[in-house]
Every structure is written in C-alpha cells, then in structure tokens.
Design a protein around this ligand. Structure first.
Ligand code: PEP
Length: 252
C-alpha cells in the first residue's frame, strides 16, 4: 500500500512561545486532512512545549549531535530530542552541511545516533547550482546518499530522504518537473542499490521553495512522496495550504 504523502515543516531558527499558536492551528488543520501525514521541526527550544500543544502531527528536531552526551557546548543529542518529545530529526540539511562544514560521514553518524535513540530520520541531500550547471547533480546526490545513509539494523524502515537542491532553498526558484522527476528516479535507484528491495519503500520528499501555488505540480511527480517546507511552514495558513494541496491530490 502506498504511504500517505508526508508534509514536513522546517522552522529553522524561527519561533518563540508565541509560535505555539501556529503549531496548534497546524495540528487542528491536519486533523481535518487525514489523508496527509503532517509534521513540523520547530527550534529545539520549543520542542517540549510543542509536544504538549499538539495532538496529531509529528514533531522533530532539525539536527542532532552524533554522541549521546558530553563536552559539546551548544549541541543537542538525539536522546535529548527524544526526551523533549521528538519523533524524528532532520539530518544533513544543506545549511548544516555548508555553514557547519558537515561531511557525509558526520551526517551518517548523526543519522545512526538518531536511530539509536529511537527517532526516525529525514536525511537531506541536494546539489549546488554550480554542480547542476556542470551536469553533476545526480552524481553529487548519489555520492551524498552513499556517504550518509545509515546502515544499522532496521535503518531503512525509519528513513525518509529529502531532495533539496541548494539553489532552490529560500530563493523562490524550483527545478523543472522533468528535473525533479529525473532526480527522484535516480535517488530511488540509489536507495535500491544501497538497501535492496527495501529501498523501494523509502519516502522521498522534495524541498526547496515549495508553496501553495506549486505544491500540486511538485507533489504529482512520480516518486515525490511529500515535501520538506521551510519559509512557507512558518504560518499555519501557508503551511496548511500545502497540506490541503496534498490532500486534494489524494482525493482525485
Ligand atoms: C528548507 O530549508 O528545508 C526549505 C525547503 O526551505 P524553503 O522552503 O524556504 O525553500
């Protein structure tokens, strides 16, 4: 049976307690759209409060450290995310890979730590504009998957991959339908080569400037199993419009 479309909001470094009203509104809206699986990744400071504020939607971290505990000032372990109420964590977001120089090996270690703590994982991959222009997008993304996919027992069952072209994040630019389709097909093939047949069941999200206006087109593409949404996830109104677009496709 095909899994429900999965729409995940990444709030990044945005949100204070005042944003809990948006989380509650997203939760209420998601309850009216049961054919879509909805989750948000608020900043870590809000995880616990968000867990208490919502009933239905998933809650996740945006990153975790690879170690369980220790002298890592400012970092947060997967076990801490779990304790604060998280169901999953994002790892390997391009902002972490670029601004914090995270390598594929770092991302894999974080993914393994998250799985070990009982969290599901959303693993982000994506090429820069220069890499796409040079014709290397698929090989770059394939290499990221080879280097950062977790391999522990049962990993494939708790893994979601998010294809997020770096040049599409926060820019208002999106790849063509053909380019998204080609990349998702390539990611599917790579996941099958890594995990065997189980790789065919991993959900692959598209992320990068998803909005209500382009959500239906993007979500209709073969092998696009949902969306990872940044800017448009910050208000319930704009996020639920995307969730609604996903629900409408399920109804058709
Ligand atoms: C993201 O950073 O994960 C993202 C998809 O951002 P935006 O939707 O704002 O492009």
């Amino acid at each position: 049976m095909a899994s429900l479309p999965y729409i995940v909001g990444n709030w990044k470094m945005n949100g204070t307690r005042a944003s809990l009203s948006e989380a509650r509104a997203i939760d209420r809206g998601a309850a009216r759209l049961p054919k879509v699986q909805v989750a948000i990744a608020p900043p870590a400071t809000l995880l616990h409060r968000t867990r208490e504020a919502v009933e239905l939607i998933g809650i996740g971290g945006q990153d975790c450290h690879a170690k369980d505990s220790g002298a890592f000032t400012g970092d947060i372990s997967a076990a801490m995310l779990k304790d604060a109420g998280a169901d999953f964590t994002i790892v390997g977001h391009s902002e972490r890979r670029t601004l914090h120089a995270e390598t594929d090996a770092d991302v894999r270690a974080k993914a393994e730590a998250a799985l070990g703590a009982g969290l599901a994982v959303i693993l982000c991959v994506g090429e820069t504009e220069g890499e796409r222009d040079a014709g290397n997008a698929e090989s770059v993304v394939g290499g990221q998957l080879e280097g950062s996919c977790p391999h522990s027992d049962g990993a494939v069952d708790k893994l979601t991959v998010a294809y997020e072209p770096v040049w599409a994040i926060g820019t208002g630019r999106v790849p063509s339908v053909d380019d998204v389709a080609a990349m998702h097909k390539a990611i599917r093939a790579k996941l099958v080569s890594i995990y065997g047949e189980a790789g065919a069941g991993v959900r692959i999200l598209y992320g990068g400037s998803v909005k209500a206006e382009n959500a239906s087109e993007l979500l209709s593409i073969r092998d696009v199993g949902g969306a990872l949404v940044g800017g448009a996830s910050l208000t319930a109104e704009s996020f639920l419009a995307i969730v609604g677009a996903a629900a409408a496709l399920e109804d058709n």
